[in-house]
Design a protein around this ligand. Structure first.
Ligand SMILES: Nc1ncnc2c1ncn2[C@@H]1O[C@H](COP(=O)(O)OP(=O)(O)OP(=O)(O)O)[C@@H](O)[C@H]1O
Ligand SMILES: [Mg+2]
Length: 460
């Protein structure tokens, strides 16, 4: 629960406000002017200060600036009966959590506080998270129930010779799972050989897998051992296995059945002891029904299936991974920190690219924040532009997403060029007229475009 300091020199406002907040379960202290507020801040820590602007002795802006300078973890909400737009803009630019005009709707304040409470909780979890020793040995990070169920299956099948088919969306960690299966098996002292079946043209993949004699085909200038032989006694990881054409699929089926094959251009049969693990992000059942993948091969590869859950089904793992990547991408001696608002935005984002996308997002943010705390504006534009809460978690169409992206990108370009429309247009590679039309089309106000110019243009 948040600890709040409420500040107002008008008792008829301060008392009811404190009463409502206490009723909501918040811990509330009060101060009747700025000087008393500053004194209270010296003795206790608060998550939030809600302060009136016009007060005797020290005004609310002074309290706010003092808090901003000395208390990075304390959020400040300003309230005033004499709101001016320039004051509001200044306050928000300097990092106020909100700027409310009296009389205001108390429910808006309560919603804002709920959000702050969530952010504070996320930051707290991140700060108190201590990696346990088991976690540091295996590089696979996660603790959510979905992840633990997967780990159990990995442990159960690691030290068997069962062929494992690893399925899961792109970027979920399929290759890491394959490596872990190998590391936890008796084969771990022997090679782990990975082949990306999609990376070779049809004519070359057979040679790559089974090897070839010199002159076996045009371009085969010397004899070559295949990957099956290289993986003898170890594990062969066939990544993107559905990329194999039907001809190669038959050859693979035979090796799996007989543990033997002939290199291209030879009659010699080579026997190997290889455990095969394969992976795909595609729906193999569908490919079988379309006759693009052999059903008998599917059953050979899939003695056991391990499905890697998408990041959005892994709950709190997101925080563990953020923590892990912040350490991973740290420059110098101190681990970069991230604001509660930026964390909240990450937890709202559905991450279609899963762990890999999160990893890139953190890397990107660490670079843009250049040594300072990571804020929302340092996150990649698609994450900033698309809070799932705004769409009610609904999947949006491509044109909708592209519009959101275009709007955010235009805004960044204008801010980047300090509001100079001509410079922004040339940065974007469009005409000035075109830029004006777009800005008008997206309904930008000057205030919105007149943001800070610190942020670099997002990478895409
Ligand atoms: N649980 C995890 N803990 C730490 N890092 C992870 C985890 N899962 C994935 N990663 C990281 O995310 C990136 C993607 O993982 P990986 O290449 O294994 O995914 P993949 O499922 O094989 O993706 P694709 O389908 O695109 O081939 C890698 O950089 C990996 O280090
Ligand atoms: Mg992969």
């Amino acid at each position: 629960m948040l600890k709040i300091l409420a500040v107002d020199d008008e008792p008829s406002i301060l008392q009811p406000l404190a009463g409502v907040l206490r009723g909501e379960g918040y811990e509330v202290a009060t101060a009747t002017d700025g000087a008393a507020a500053v004194a209270a801040l010296a003795n206790q820590s608060f998550d939030v200060i809600i302060t009136d602007v016009r007060m005797q002795k020290l005004d609310g802006f002074a309290v706010f600036r003092r808090a901003r300078a000395e208390l990075p973890n304390t959020q400040v909400i300003l309230m005033t009966a004499y709101a001016t737009v320039p004051d509001a803009v200044t306050a928000m630019k300097e990092g106020a959590a909100d700027y409310l005009t009296k009389p205001f709707d108390i429910s808006a304040l309560l919603t804002r506080l709920e959000n702050i409470a969530k952010e504070v909780e996320l930051t707290r979890q991140l700060a108190t998270h201590k990696p346990d020793p088991a976690e540091s040995t295996s590089k696979l990070i996660g603790r959510s129930p979905a992840f633990m169920r997967m780990l159990e299956r990995i442990e159960k099948f690691a030290d068997t010779n069962a062929s494992v088919l690893i399925t899961g969306e792109s970027g979920t960690g399929k290759e890491m799972v394959a490596r872990l299966l190998h590391e936890r098996s008796r084969r771990s002292k022997h090679p782990f050989v990975a082949v990306n079946c999609g990376a070779f043209p049809e004519t070359l993949i057979d040679a790559e897998l089974f090897g070839h004699e010199r002159g076996a085909f045009t371009g085969a200038v010397s004899r070559r051992e295949g990957r099956f032989k290289a993986a003898d006694k170890g594990t062969l990881f066939l990544d993107e296995v559905p990329e194999l054409q039907l001809g190669s699929q038959s050859k693979l089926l035979r090796v799996l059945q007989e543990r033997a094959f002939e290199p291209l251009g030879t009659n010699t049969t080579i026997s190997v002891d290889v455990r095969v693990i394969s992976a795909t992000h595609r729906n193999l059942k569908e490919m079988i029904s379309e006759a693009k993948f052999r059903e008998d091969l599917f059953y050979r590869l899939n003695t056991v299936e391990i499905a890697v859950p998408p990041l959005r089904d892994r709950g709190g793992d997101l925080l563990l991974l953020v923590d892990h990547f912040l350490k991973h991408f740290q420059v110098g001696t101190s681990v970069p920190t991230i604001s509660g608002a930026a964390l909240a935005r990450l937890s709202d984002y559905p991450f279609p690219g899963n762990v890999r996308e999160l990893q890139h997002a953190i890397e990107h943010a660490v670079v843009l924040a250049s040594g300072k705390q990571i804020e929302v504006e340092h996150l990649p534009v698609e994450i900033v532009a698309e809070p799932a809460t705004e769409t009610g978690g609904k999947v949006r169409t491509l044109p909708e997403v592209m519009k959101t992206f275009e709007r955010a990108y235009l805004k960044r370009a204008v801010q980047e060029t300090k509001g100079k429309r001509g410079a922004a247009a040339s940065l974007l590679g469009i005409s000035r007229k075109n830029l004006w039309e777009k800005l008008r089309g997206y309904g930008f106000s000057d205030a919105e475009l007149d943001g800070d110019s610190k942020s670099a243009l997002p990478r895409i």
